[in-house]
Design a protein around this ligand. Structure first.
Ligand SMILES: *Cc1c(COP(=O)(O)O)cnc(C)c1O
Length: 342
């Protein structure tokens, strides 16, 4: 039985067209005098995000870490929405390597979203010499573990304004900013306003085999380049992977198709009495009574998913068709009782 892999939007295979572009890429030594294809990709992504400059890095985790290293001094506190990727899913590098004291903000503004008032309160006011310094707000749009939830433009602006009023720098973990923008029908640059740095992934949903970009001002990106080298992330003929990234960006107008597949999956499950929410983007988090039992049963019928807390996470992507979603629903129906909470 063919497996339908909905574990993540990172399981996509590089397309034929992407492999051809990789093979044909014009390259140079990116650590020495820059690789021309890298330069093209970085320029294009900076423009898409409305940022001054961008730097390619091998992974989103390295991109976030570099941004945190740019913003934090040892012992500085940073704020992030509860269950943010930088808090729980990056092996503690925010503290271990960037020296930050993490502070999670509850989701008082909606799933995955703190309110501006929470930011103001958590930032505190300058106190006596022995008080902790809070210097950074880290946002995440879409918020992965809240279920791919979107922070709308006005809310993003208000959060940034609260951070700036409290003299905090702002980093946006925009691994899936493309999805937030597509869901709102806005260009991605509409959701980065005021952010000092932004991290975006090419390997999530767009189909690149690897690669993220850290974006910011020209001086910030020049320093980011030093930090990337320090972390072992300088690559030589990087154009080979940058070429894949350029092809991956062609998928942007089609992201809405993945959102439609995700909505269909949720709707089909609801018809089976499963408490699947209406997904905002490409991530569907289904609360289940026993995630291990549900995942084992799904695996046995060739539908692959991942646990997130007590929920099962499904992420439709470019390598599954709407017909695969219908097939997944046919396979899920007989074991729907394992996915029902009541
Ligand atoms: C996946 C992800 C990252 C990290 O990306 P990697 O390329 O896996 O290191 C960062 N932030 C969010 C929100 C993510 O979903």
């Amino acid at each position: 039985m063919r497996s339908i892999d909905l574990r993540s939007d990172t399981v996509t295979q590089p397309s034929k067209e992407m492999r051809a572009a990789m093979a044909a890429a014009e390259v140079g030594d990116d650590v020495l005098e820059r690789d021309p294809t890298m330069v093209r990709l970085e320029g294009w992504v900076a423009e898409l995000l409305g940022m001054e400059a961008a730097l390619w890095v091998p992974s989103g985790c390295m991109g976030n870490l570099i941004a945190l290293m740019l913003h934090l001094k040892r012992g500085d506190r940073f704020l992030a929405p509860a269950q943010a990727h930088v808090l729980g899913s990056e092996l503690g590098t925010a503290a271990w390597l960037a020296g930050g004291m993490p502070e999670a903000l509850a989701w008082e503004g909606g799933p995955g979203r703190p309110t501006p008032a929470q930011v103001t309160k958590a930032a505190g006011t300058p106190g006596p010499y022995y008080t902790l310094h809070t210097t950074l707000l880290c946002l995440e749009n879409t918020h992965n573990f809240a279920g791919g939830t979107v922070t709308p433009r006005e809310e993003h602006r208000a959060l940034v304004a609260a951070a700036k009023a409290a003299k905090l720098a702002v980093h946006l973990d925009g691994a899936r900013i493309w999805h937030a923008a597509a869901a709102l029908g806005l260009p991605p640059s509409a959701l980065t306003e005021g952010a000092d740095t932004v991290q975006v992934c090419l390997s999530k949903g767009l189909g690149a085999p690897m690669g993220s970009l850290v974006c910011g001002s020209k001086p910030a990106v020049a320093e980011a380049r030093r930090l990337r080298k320090m972390l072992g992330g300088g690559v030589r003929q990087g154009g080979v992977v940058a070429a894949a990234g350029l092809v991956a960006l062609d998928y942007l107008p089609r992201i809405v198709e993945d959102h439609a597949k995700t909505r269909r999956l949720a709707e089909g499950m609801r018809a089976f009495g499963i408490a699947a929410p209406v997904p905002e983007t490409n991530i569907l988090l289904v609360p289940v009574p026993n995630a291990a039992a549900a995942l084992a049963a799904l695996e046995a019928v060739g539908v692959r998913a991942l646990p997130v807390g007590s929920a099962v996470r499904f992420i439709p992507h470019r390598d599954v068709e709407m017909a695969d979603i219908e097939e997944a629903l046919r396979r899920i129906e007989p074991l729907a009782y394992l996915l029902r909470t009541a």
